[in-house]
Design a protein around this ligand. Structure first.
Ligand code: FAD
Ligand code: EPU
Length: 265
């Protein structure tokens, strides 16, 4: 186990966030000790808005054996979804295509039930192993309350590994599915972000609503509502959490949208 002081802006895709104590767990035996005091779990930091003051709880990150994977068995929750997807394409295995372009770790993708209209994480799961209350427990997806960008993991639960449910489809067919998802993402910005800031309201798109209100390009300091997609707030370089909160507030002053990100601190 490694413990160090970090700035969370270096561990989040939005590039925002203050100090924290980062505990990188590497073996199964590390988890009981790491979870002895209040903690938060960090995946790839791609759905987080962390305060400029950082967080007082320890931040647990999965390293070591939690990043290992194999298709006939279990995949570590610290593995990147993108790596897994690449391997599954080459093996002609289908099930993860809807997550193409989602910069998540497996554990973060489970927690958020990440995906697109082409498919979500929950659909690719056979079994999820979760550490909570000092022990490892196994769940089937129907026990975890998955919905749109939503799950109901046990309180304090850390996803440690998953057993995937992938189907043999052949490489060409898997690539064809990925091409559809790739095309749907073409309008998304390349600058630093945490993906969509708001959940889509039923039957509509938050990005379209923000666009229609003429809010694209609105800037507070170094944080801006993307010109390319209204539901992305981008960091133009050195943005603060305060600046991002202010943009969220300005959008919510005109539209009743629910924030998709998890806000820390
Ligand atoms: P983090 O952001 O680090 O954490 C998110 C939540 O998961 C936190 O509550 C954290 O505590 C929890 N968590 C992380 N790991 C674990 C674990 N092992 N056990 C328990 N809890 C854990 N999302 C989509 O759904 N669809 C998209 O198309 C999409 N596109 C994106 C595009 C870009 C460019 C970016 C930056 C983000 C995008 N996102 C998208 C958002 C984001 O990638 C997802 O929400 C993703 O699931 C977050 O995973 P993460 O590993 O980064 O988790
Ligand atoms: N639109 C606009 N203006 C904009 C943005 C979108 O008019 O600024 C219109 C588009 O032209 C389209 C409609 O709104 O007609 C929907 O847009 P898009 O296809 O981009 O989908 P979205 O609903 O905005 C959702 C997910 C994304 C996911 C894409 C691709 C949410 C909140 N967003 O976006 O997920 O990548 O579909 O399938 O569910 C995320 O959750 O972080 C995320 C990026």
């Amino acid at each position: 186990m490694k413990i160090k002081q970090v700035l969370l802006k270096d561990h989040t895709t939005l590039g925002v966030g203050g100090p924290a104590e980062l505990w990188t767990v590497e073996t199964l035996e590390d988890l009981p000790k790491a979870t002895e005091a209040p903690y938060r779990v960090l995946g790839n930091g791609s759905n987080l808005l962390v305060s400029d003051a950082g967080v007082s709880e320890r931040v647990i990150r999965l390293g070591g054996i939690f990043r290992e994977w194999s298709f006939d068995g279990w995949v570590g929750a610290g593995a990147l979804v993108s790596t897994l997807l690449l391997k599954s394409v080459r093996a002609g295995l289908s099930g993860l295509e809807g997550l193409y372009g989602v910069p998540a770790q497996v554990g973060g993708a489970v927690k958020m039930n990440a995906g697109t209209r082409f498919g979500e994480m929950a659909e690719a799961l056979d079994t999820v192993e979760i550490f909570h209350d000092g022990a490892f427990h196994r769940y089937h997806p129907e026990e975890l309350g998955f919905g749109y960008r939503h799950s109901e993991l046990p309180p304090g639960g850390i996803v440690t590994r998953v057993k995937l449910k992938l189907k043999e489809l052949g490489e060409a067919a898997v690539r064809a599915k990925i091409a559809l998802v790739d095309a749907a993402r073409k309008g998304q910005p390349k600058k630093k972000s945490a993906g969509c800031a708001f959940k889509n309201p039923p039957g509509d798109s938050a990005g379209r609503l923000i666009d229609r209100q003429g809010l694209k390009g609105m800037t507070v300091g170094k944080a801006m509502i993307s010109h390319e997609h209204g539901n992305f707030i981008v960091n133009l370089g050195g943005a603060t959490a305060q600046e991002v909160y202010e943009l969220l507030r300005r959008v919510q002053a005109v539209l009743p949208l629910e924030v998709e990100w998890e806000i820390w601190g």
